[in-house]
Design a protein around this ligand. Structure first.
Ligand SMILES: [Zn+2]
Length: 319
């Protein structure tokens, strides 16, 4: 049986049953739904404030993973910067010293570092912004270092050509050499009989002993002259020239390229020569210089000093 509500009517002085019409019913329903809606909204807000959604949970965990990845990247950038610093140090203090180049000025190394702050200002997160700047600085330093290495490579290629070209060995093998006359300077000519400047060294060796180019170069001359006999001139570039005189024969032609150690002819006694020997000259920028300083004979300092001393004593050359 449905519950019936009564209400006191002062006009009739009686309790009368409450008659619920549709208007009252609608009002009550509206009130109920309004309160329910409010409770629902408040509950949802409280829940959302305290408990993230599934999507949010996923995003948060992804965010944490990304932060971890970013920190790893950050450390890798730091390590790369350290390795680059070590490379810059080696470049400045080893490679450039060996190749006679000045170390790169700090201003050059720092050129181009930074300068993109305006673009980076739009990046919202500090950690990402710092990462970008770090990577850009590293890239700029790397660009400078790459340029530096290109310069080192060019210089190395130039120096290699120069070192290969410079007269640096003895023109005769020690096995064939009988005697080295260190006769550079004023000497009495054995045939002409008077004193004149002897601008080379005389190497005594059996006739036919091979004569070697003492550095890479191009045959400038290969001909016979009354004084030098069969003679070969080699242009080594970089200001250097060598001459090999009194050969029994030469086996190269004018204009030919030769390498250090290549046989160019054989020892003889042609031209104005007293006995079988090789007359060897080294010229720098057109002037003869003492060839003794342009080859190694495995001598100790003492032996070398003795040789130079003997060269000063000898009064007669072989040509
Ligand atoms: Zn000579």
């Amino acid at each position: 049986m449905a519950k019936v509500d009564y209400v006191y009517n002062p006009k009739t002085c009686r309790y009368e049953p409450v008659i619920i019409n549709s208007q009252i019913l609608l009002r009550r329903l509206g009130r109920f739904m309004g309160v329910s809606f409010m409770i629902g909204v408040i509950s949802l807000l409280v829940f959302n404030a305290n408990y993230p959604s599934v999507d949010e949970t996923l995003l948060l965990s992804r965010n944490e993973a990304l932060k971890g990845d970013w920190n790893v990247l950050y450390k890798k950038l730091d390590n790369a910067a350290k390795e680059l610093s070590a490379l810059e140090q080696t470049d400045d203090h080893n490679y450039r010293v060996i190749l006679d180049l000045e170390p790169l000025a700090q201003s050059v190394r720092e050129a181009g570092v930074g300068g993109r702050e305006k673009e980076n200002a739009n990046i919202p997160y500090r950690i990402i912004k710092e990462g970008y700047e770090k990577a850009e600085k590293l890239k700029n330093r790397l660009d400078i270092e790459i340029q530096s290495f290109e310069e080192l490579n060019k210089e190395l290629a130039y120096k290699e050509r120069m070192w290969a070209s410079r007269p640096a060995i003895q023109p005769l093998s020690n096995e064939d050499l009988t005697y080295l006359h260190t006769t550079y300077g004023m000497r009495k000519h054995p045939i002409l009989g008077y004193w004149r400047e002897h601008k080379g060294l005389d190497f005594t060796a059996p006739k036919g002993s091979p004569v070697y180019a003492t550095g890479d170069g191009t045959i400038e001359e290969a001909h016979y002259s009354d004084s030098y006999g069969n003679v070969v001139y080699i242009d080594h570039g970089f200001g250097f020239e060598t001459r090999y005189a009194h050969l029994v024969e030469y086996i190269i032609k004018k204009g030919e390229k030769v390498k250090r150690g290549q046989i160019i002819g054989y020892v003889g006694n042609t031209g104005l020569s007293y006995s079988t020997h090789l007359h060897y000259e080294v010229l720098f920028k057109g002037d003869q210089i003492n060839p003794i300083n342009f080859f190694q004979r495995d001598l100790s300092n003492r032996e070398y000093e003795k040789l130079v001393e003997l060269g000063g004593i000898a009064t007669t050359s072989l040509d």
